[in-house]
Design a protein around this ligand. Structure first.
Ligand code: GAL
Length: 831
């Protein structure tokens, strides 16, 4: 087998950005993020090429101007948008292109601009794009000149409120400049499916859209080559294409058989790529690489979801697109860290609630092995916020939907489409007429994946989701399945009995909710410091009951819990963010994270809550809670046992004969999925011993700490590549003199970043802390804070130091090395 020449480049590309195209065959795909001018004043005439922008600020994209501001209680976004200002902003970028590019086709591609963007090239208006979450592109070809050109973008996010939840403002995702031969593969012009897959062989079908912008008709050859993850060619085919002059578009179908394919799975998410080459008179004139996976998906009304014939329960979380301190402009490696933390919890599925994510987010899901329910809209015609997408739905929804499907349909991680979340039309008598054209478009543009919607009114007493609406869905999605009447006990059961053919999924369900490390109880919004609660028990119990049902009913495809991670917005002042995540805004797990870990992983674990610093409460009872996947846990305080308790789920019944068990039953002491002991407080060491089959398999300890003595820094990666997508996460802990983290420490700290990098966000996960995310000063919250540090392009050393007059400071070094990214930048081409 011969190695495909550019395969290593492809491989590197796949390691970094979505659909990255290496420079080959004359095609250029250039990252256009650097050196934009920006002004947050709405300026008359700024679209004109000759406009003087020398006083504007210079910055690099992705850029979210909202997160640069202070949180203000009367911001027009209100709590929905996290109390951050929005408004109008202008961006300008000068760039040069060589004369040789004038004979080519050139287009600009925006991964996402929030929102209502107007784009001009050299003063010529290219268009307005309302939707802030979609990717879109414009042809620049007729308006370019050799030498200097100017792109101007006006972003209007002034009309509020216009979305749920925090959107960010500005060009908050990447921008690309594409330069291709007039005879070329269209943007999002490859569509790859794997209609037949087994261990011995797979059939790969490729539909390629080829455009001819030349003034003459002609024929060319389209070649499709499949390479595996290490760049080895595993199959190819080619055919002649005949194209008329002008803007003729042809879709070419290819089929390639791959012997003994490595299937894409959650454990081994193997990615192949297709190289699509346009060849004219023996010369490659255009080339595009598209990553894809070979996998088979199936949904069965009784068995749920099957990947490559294997049943998989979706253990999912809903995620919003922001990442705390950086707002909506999220460097890729922040998602790497966040997704890894979710994976360690046992999560295997993500719902992109409620809008399209950045393209690289889906690349990561492909590479890290997640299933994705890819959601396109939060509203259709019936709006939820005064100026939301309902205003544009009639005119734009079909165009946007086609873009969305074309952009995302090659990702093996995407296994389910969602046409909408909690859509108002679900309960309207004719609401299904709005659903129908959306479903038709999904089915036409991608017949390989089913379509759902997240419905929250299925058993509503007043205006339930209509039967016509539900019967149109390939999969019936339930938001808050336990919301209505007896469904709190019966969940999906009634509908399943009445509609045995339905395929059912929990598109959004109960949050345990809570703030990391806060243990004051009270209930119903009251905070009472005399009551210590290790968890928000009503939330825990609802989550446990739902999980027990979901886990043992195969027909339930799975569940997406609201939410994996806290997100900005959906808050009521003084909170600025929702606390429904099991992970806080900094990415620090809360106790509830370990509930899911105990149920979703087999790795032996015990997690204890609350902390054990209760000075002044000596002798008073404190409930101590454990999440575990051990059979029994025995709790000790300072060596004294408080007894062993047992939890087992699912509990085994007899198998084969009376009094025989396939799995040894454990004498359970609770019907819940957590354990609790009442422990009179005394300072010291709380220790839990976890046993399985009588053997100790794990131990967990928490101890009373001393007073805060020092800051301690640690970093997730001490060596990073020097490009803007790679950040280092520096964890700031407050420790006592013995190095124990002080669990309730609120200590002021300044974070100094020197050398080859800069601080781009500093947060502590506290929803009511209104310090700007861009400040370098903050208080730790319950012992922790997180600094996000971005490397400069020139490699070197970054030094991060804490500064405080009260505690001992710490310092840490991060070395940055030359980026190995295969992404070409516009600046590299211009050199
Ligand atoms: C759901 C909605 C989400 C969020 C959640 C509560 O009904 O789909 O967007 O609002 O409730 O936090």
């Amino acid at each position: 087998m011969k190695r495909f020449t550019l395969s290593i480049l492809v491989f590197l590309c796949i390691q970094s950005f979505s659909n990255c195209i290496a420079q080959a065959g004359g095609r250029e795909r250039l990252l256009m993020d650097a050196g934009w001018k920006f002004s947050q004043t709405d300026t008359v005439g700024a679209e004109k090429a000759a406009f003087n922008d020398s006083r504007w600020r210079t910055l690099n994209l992705p850029h979210d101007w909202s997160i640069e501001h202070d949180f203000i209680q009367d911001a027009p976004t209100g709590g929905g948008g996290g109390y951050l200002p929005t408004g109008v902003g202008w961006y300008r970028k000068q760039f040069t292109i060589p004369r040789s590019a004038l004979s080519k086709v050139v287009w600009i591609e925006f991964d996402g601009v929030y929102q209502n963007s107007d784009v001009w090239i050299n003063g010529h208006h290219l268009g307005r794009y309302p939707n802030g979450y979609m990717s879109f592109h414009y042809d620049l070809t007729p308006h370019l000149k050799a030498g200097n050109n100017t792109i101007t973008v006006r972003v209007d996010n002034s009309r509020q409120p216009n979305t749920r939840w925090y959107s960010g403002s500005g060009i908050y995702r990447h921008v690309w400049l594409n330069i291709a031969h007039p005879l070329h593969i269209a943007q999002w012009g490859t569509y790859i499916t794997t209609p037949q897959v087994d261990a011995a062989k797979a059939t790969v079908q490729i539909k390629t859209t080829v455009n001819n912008r030349k003034a003459v008709s002609g024929t060319a050859t389209l070649r499709s080559v499949i390479v595996d993850e290490v760049g080895k060619e595993v199959g190819r085919t080619e055919s002649a294409v005949s194209l008329k002059s002008g803007t003729d578009t042809t879709i070419v179908s290819h089929e390639i058989q791959v012997a003994t394919p490595v299937l894409w799975s959650l454990e081994k998410p193997h990615m192949y790529s297709i190289w699509s080459l346009v060849i004219d008179k023996g010369k490659v004139i255009d080339e595009v690489a598209t990553p894809f996976g070979i996998r088979h998906i199936e949904y069965d009304a009784d068995k749920g979801f099957l990947l490559n014939g294997k049943r998989i329960k979706m253990k999912g979380v809903c995620l919003h697109h922001d990442a705390g301190s950086v707002g909506a402009a999220v460097p890729e490696s922040m998602w790497v860290r966040r997704l890894q933390i979710l994976k360690d919890m046992g999560c295997n599925a993500i719902r992109t609630s409620h809008n399209p994510m950045a393209p690289e987010f889906l690349d990561l899901c492909d590479r890290m092995g997640f299933l994705v329910q890819n959601e396109v809209y939060d509203v259709w015609l019936a709006g939820k916020a005064k100026y939301d997408y309902a205003v544009y739905f009639k005119e734009w929804s079909q165009r946007d939907l086609v873009n969305f499907i074309h952009r995302d349909r090659n990702h093996p991680s995407v296994v389910l489409w969602s046409a909408g979340n909690e859509i108002g039309e679900q309960g309207q008598p004719k609401g299904y007429e709005v659903l129908r054209p959306l479903i038709e478009t999904f089915h036409r543009e991608d017949p390989t994946r089913p379509v759902t919607t997240g419905n929250d009114h299925i058993a509503d007493d007043n205006s339930p989701t209509t039967p016509e609406f539900l019967s149109m869905l390939d999969i019936v999605g339930y938001n808050y399945v336990d919301r209505w009447r007896d469904r709190r006990e019966l969940f999906y059961d009634i509908d399943k009995r009445n509609n045995p053919g339905w395929k059912m999924i929990g598109t959004e369900n109960v949050s345990i909710s809570g703030v990391r490390g806060n243990y004051f109880g009270g209930g119903y919004g009251r905070i009472d410091s005399s009551v210590i609660q290790p968890a928000n028990l009503p939330g825990v119990i609802r989550a446990e009951q739902l999980w027990k049902f979901t886990a043992v009913h195969d027909y339930v495809i799975g569940d997406f819990m609201w939410t994996g991670i806290d997100y900005l917005g959906e808050a009521r002042w003084p909170s600025k963010n929702s606390s429904s995540g099991v992970i806080d805004l900094c990415g620090f797990p809360k106790d509830a994270y370990y509930f899911y870990k105990s149920q979703w992983t087999d790795q032996p674990m015990i997690h204890l809550a609350p902390h054990w610093n209760w000075n002044g409460r000596e002798g008073k009872v404190i409930p101590v809670m454990a999440y575990t996947n051990c059979d029994t846990v025995e709790l000790f305080l300072n060596g004294k046992s408080f007894g062993a308790k047992s939890v087992q789920f699912p509990r085994p019944g007899n198998a084969g004969a009376w009094n025989r068990y396939a799995v040894t039953p454990v004498g359970t002491t609770t019907a819940d999925l957590h354990l609790i002991w009442d422990v009179p407080y005394e300072p010291g060491i709380l220790k839990a011993v976890g046993r399985k089959g009588g053997k100790t398999i794990v131990e967990e300890e928490i101890r009373t700490t001393g007073a805060p003595a020092a800051f301690r820094l640690s970093v997730d990666r001490s060596k990073i590549e020097a490009d803007a997508t790679n950040v280092a996460h520096v964890k700031i802990e407050v420790v006592d003199k013995d190095g124990n983290i002080v669990p309730n420490a609120a200590e002021s700290v300044q974070v100094i970043v020197e050398g080859a990098g800069r601080l781009i966000g500093l947060d502590n996960g506290n929803p009511v802390d209104h310090t700007s995310m861009k400040s370098d000063k903050r208080k730790t919250f319950n012992g922790l804070a997180l600094a996000v540090v971005q490397p400069a392009i020139k490699p070197g050393t970054i030094r991060v130091t804490t500064r405080s007059s009260f505690l001992k400071n710490d310092s840490i070094e991060i070395s940055t090395v030359k980026s190995g990214s295969a992404i070409r930048t516009l600046e590299q081409m211009q050199k």
